[in-house]
Structures are given as C-alpha cells and as structure tokens.
Design a binder for this molecule. Structure first.
Ligand code: CAA
Length: 263
C-alpha cells in the first residue's frame, strides 16, 4: 500500500488515507487501496473501524482533479462507479465505521465521510460539495447521501451553491455528531470506537444492518427487516450471557459482557 495505512489497536482498526502532497485526494489508486484494506480487515477480531486522513490540515480534499480533468463521458461515469462501489462497501461494511474528519472534507472527502456510520470532526474541518464550480456534479454519492443526512433543502443549497461550511455549521445542521480540538479528535474517535467494540458484536452488526436496510424501504418492510435481525440475535452466546447476567443480578458478570464471539 502506498497511500493507506491500517493499524489495529485491540478491537479497533484505524484506516488512514495518506497522500499529503495532494491533501489526501482520492485518485484511482487510493480508491483501490481503500477497497483492498477493507478486504483485509479481520472481522473475527476487529469490531469497529475509524477512517481518517494523515496530517493536521486535510481529511480528504476530494476526488483527484488532475486525474479527472481529461476523462471522457464514459470514463467519467466509470470513475464515479469506482468511487461509489468502494463507498458502498464502506457503508455496508459489517461493522461500524467512524469518520474522524481532521480538516478539509470537500467533494469526495465529504462524500466518503457520509458513507461512514458516524462523523466527528476537528475544529478546523471544512465541509463542502464544490463540484459545480468545477463543471461537474458530486459523483461519489453526494447528491444522494447529503440530502438524506441534512435534509433536501439544506443539501440543495450546499450543492447548487458550492459553498463550503465550517465545523460549527456542520454540527448545527447534523452533518457531524461532535466537534473537538484537533488533538482531541483521535482520542475521542478511539473512545467511541472502544465503547462500540465493547458491546455484543452480533447485536451491533445487526443494528447497523437494520438501520441501513430499513431506511431503504417503506415502514411496513422496514419493521420486517428489524424483526428478522432481532430474531437472529436469539440463541447466540451474546444474548444468553447478556440476559443471563442481568437476570442473575451479577454486577461482576455484567461487566464481562464483552469478550463474546463475532459469530
Ligand atoms: N485533487 C488533486 N489535487 C489536489 C486536490 C484535489 N481534489 N486538492 C488539493 N490538491 C493539491 C493541490 O493541487 C496542491 O498540489 P501542488 O502542491 O502540487 O500544487 C496541494 O494539494 C495543496 O493544495 P493547495 O495548494 O490548493 O492548498 P490550499 O491550502 O491553498 O487549499 C484547498 C486547500 C482549499 C482544499 C484546495 O486545495 C482546494 O480547493 N482543493 C480542491 C477541493 C475540491 O474542489 N474538491 C472536490 C473535487 S471534485 C470531486 O470530489 C468530485 C466527486 O464528487 C467525485
């Protein structure tokens, strides 16, 4: 890997996009390396991922404008599909992914963060979909995920206007869950990831699937999605131990609802 580093600390995996010369912009190689990194995650042991950018200035400054500048219509479509496929893999990845946004999150940078389950950012973060200023539309899911996250009107304002917003506004409109001083961002991301990783993994995965798949269908179908996933948790070690500990009123054991299987 040239542009991605992947480190595991306990049950938390940290993926870092590391292309400082281009403020971590996403070219084809970076996209391919993210894809391969996701394939390499050991889902038996890792229970939560963090995605961040290297350095203290940029999370991801977008898709690579140099690479896109000479594309034909067909190549442009194929490049969009390449990004969309990787981002969809991230979005549907079995375990939660936290985006720790440490600076610019523009175009494809904002878009990759929206493929993650939870976004937190540093005070210097800047978000935006500036594509119309480059003569293109957002192409890695921005036109679809931004309105779903912040609402249609606000998303249209951001996308049509190509106006960037700072961390405080991103927080106010619900694009990020929390804002931290830069040096506190990764500790906060790791704390959140560890909290998630300490919960019953089968249940956490089922919650992610239920929320994601339920949002794609109408309510009648959505509650069936939930019923199936709710049911799938029963008879697991996690469920037996988790409920058993509660019923035994054993506080010591209760604290041990941690090292359960990932199966
Ligand atoms: N693609 C390629 N290179 C990029 C880049 C990008 N998206 N963003 C920054 N870079 C490069 C710059 O070209 C520059 O390289 P050189 O040193 O070789 O000239 C280097 O990163 C540093 O950038 P700047 O000198 O511009 O740094 P700055 O601090 O003055 O400005 C910035 C920072 C505001 C983020 C500015 O770099 C910028 O506006 N970048 C482009 C942001 C953008 O438009 N992103 C959307 C891309 S389109 C897209 O993503 C489409 C899609 O949906 C799939």
């Amino acid at each position: 890997m040239e542009f991605i580093t992947y480190e595991v600390e306990g049950a938390v995996g940290v993926i870092t996009i590391n292309r400082p010369k281009a403020l971590n912009a996403l070219n084809s190689q970076v996209l391919e390396e993210i894809d391969k990194t996701l394939d390499s995650v050991d889902l038996e042991t890792v229970r939560c991922l963090i995605l961040t950018g290297a350095g203290d200035k940029s999370f991801v400054a977008g898709a690579d404008i140099g690479e896109m500048s000479t594309l034909t219509k067909a190549e442009g479509e194929a490049f969009g599909k390449k990004g969309n496929d990787v981002f969809r893999k991230l979005e549907t990845f079995p375990i939660p992914v936290i985006a720790a946004i440490n600076g610019f999150a523009l175009g494809g940078g904002c878009e990759i963060s929206m493929s993650c389950d939870i976004r937190i950012c540093s005070e210097n973060a800047v978000f935006g979909q500036p594509e119309v200023g480059l003569g293109i539309t957002p192409g890695f899911g921005g036109t679809q995920r931004l309105p779903r996250i912040i609402g249609v009107g606000k998303a249209k304002e951001m996308i049509y206007g190509g106006r960037n917003i700072k961390a405080d506004e991103a927080y106010r409109i619900g694009l990020v869950n929390n804002v931290y001083p830069l040096e506190e961002l990764m500790p906060a991301a790791k704390k959140l990831a560890s909290t998630i990783a300490a919960n019953a993994p089968i249940a956490v995965r089922a919650c992610k699937k239920a929320i994601n798949e339920g949002l794609d269908v109408d309510m009648d179908a959505a509650i069936v999605v939930e019923e199936k996933l709710f049911g799938s948790c029963f008879e697991t070690e996690d469920q037996k131990a988790g409920m058993g500990n509660f019923l035994e009123k054993d506080k010591e054991k209760k604290l041990k609802v941690v090292p359960f299987q990932n199966k």
